[in-house]
Design a protein around this ligand. Structure first.
Ligand code: ADP
Length: 226
């Protein structure tokens, strides 16, 4: 479903961010991408989302080269991918409900769908009691769960969570990881980048380890260190 075929990325200043990276991710997999800062994790995600072009090699999603998509296909492709970031990126002047409704409006969903789906997705992340709160009234863990609900509401095939627990304490980290697991169990592919060894070990799912632009390990045993 996702296929990186011998992908290298050299930025214009000659920084080598990825070197001959090949892997595939099947539908409904849960994959963690780990590696120290500068390893190439962000570049890899940007190449998948077609925000950057590979220098050599190609990135495929369901048989299509994502860097060869026309405008319409690109919009369709990006709608299939939900993003979750370390810094949540909620709209501060909108309530929890409005943050999620806004994303649905942008995707052209009807008022009826919005009224039906927003409560449903907030229930899924266990935040039915915060519907009318503003982001500043939420804990970090709650804010991240709203961001996950927002990423989910348009029913993407893939959720990319880029260091989603980087700003959270251990209890909230645990909650966020449990929700990602639940989403995966319900059939969504999850790609998680993290520095947190404890998360990887507790997940027991596939780990792609990167270092200096290369995949140094691709391991289904679910351990940070093989
Ligand atoms: P990670 O997300 O694992 O920290 P990155 O993909 O951000 O790694 O970075 C990989 C390498 O590419 C680093 O050496 C970084 O300095 C370099 N790099 C990332 N983005 C750019 C850019 N826009 N221009 C030049 N070099 C970049």
């Amino acid at each position: 479903m996702i296929f990186f075929d011998r992908v290298s990325k050299v930025y214009p200043d000659e920084s080598v961010a990825l070197e001959n990276v090949t892997f595939s991710i099947e539908p409904k997999e849960f994959v963690s991408i780990v590696g120290p800062s500068g390893a190439g994790k962000t570049t890899l995600l940007k190449l998948f989302l077609a925000e950057e072009k590979p220098s050599t090699g190609a990135v495929f999603y369901e048989e299509s080269d994502v860097h060869a998509l026309g405008k319409k296909e690109m919009n369709e492709f990006r709608r299939k991918v939900g993003m979750v970031f370390q810094d949540f990126r909620l709209l501060p002047n909108k309530t929890v409900y409005e943050n999620i409704a806004f994303t649905m409006e942008a995707a052209g969903r009807s008022d009826e769908e919005i009224e039906q789906d927003v409560p449903h997705v907030l229930d899924l992340v266990d935040l039915s009691n915060k519907v009318w709160n503003f982001p500043r009234e939420l804990s970090g863990g709650e804010a991240q769960r709203v961001a996950i609900a927002r990423a989910l509401v348009n029913e993407p095939d893939v959720i990319i969570a880029d260091e989603p627990t980087g700003n959270l304490d251990p209890v909230n980290t645990y909650d966020v990881v449990q929700i990602l697991k639940k989403i995966n169990d319900l059939g969504t592919t999850v790609i998680l980048t993290t520095h947190n060894k404890g998360i990887i070990d507790s997940l027991g799912k596939r780990v792609i380890a990167m270092e200096r632009g290369r995949v140094i390990r691709d391991d289904r045993s679910g351990k940070y260190f093989a």
